[in-house]
Design a protein. Sequence first.
Length: 250
Amino acid sequence: MKIDVFFTPVGLNPSDLAGRTVVVLDVLRATTTITVALAGGAKAVLPAASTEEALRIAQNLERDDVLLAGERRAVRIPGFALGNSPQEFASEAVRGKTIVMTTTNGTQALIAAQGAREVVVGAAVNFALVVQRARAALEQHSDLVMLCAGRERQFALEDAFAAGRLTKVLLPEGGLRRVEVNDGALASLEIARHFGERWLRALRASAHGRELAELGFREDVKACAEENTHPVLPLYADRRITAHRPPNEG
Ligand code: MLT
């Protein structure tokens, strides 16, 4: 059993992910926003690497069903219907829609995770379901990767904290003696130990959290720090993120 934490997708090799379950974390804000969108009834979210790619993907979809979303420097891309604020993705805006989305770091990390056995979209807002899915993967002997989106190819505190929270909760009885972890996982555990369960404190302490507050997105930081407000498990496969429904829910 192995748990690895990578603080950015930079330098990832396909062998780091092959055959493994990967939880992608961009708590501020892309993976939170995607979860909120699916909880609000969006049909799917299609991550795109660039504005141009988003436009190209959207062109091939039924115009009435599609919404373009995304940010650069945290602000909505001109001409796009939505930015990357979870507050914009309420049910009235997204129900039944396919959202083509491009963000600075989050959608890049998702795209980098393709090729894994399973790609789970993780955030505080769906934390319990992510834990459940990750635990099931470990029980089925799938090694686990927490892939942090990071910020502009560098370390981001909020994602490292989220990875540490997850790693801590997932450690089996017997702790680190029973599971192999990389140095990233050890460091993330230290960060989680520092902040405890205080998501908001960790998010507010991060450079990205501070920048969002300065840009007027203080409420977003708060919304992104709330645990289990949107109990949906988004899975990314075949270039689409959709809400996983357990078989008995149809
Ligand atoms: C990203 O993907 O870089 C972010 O989610 C940035 C943001 O809009 O806060």
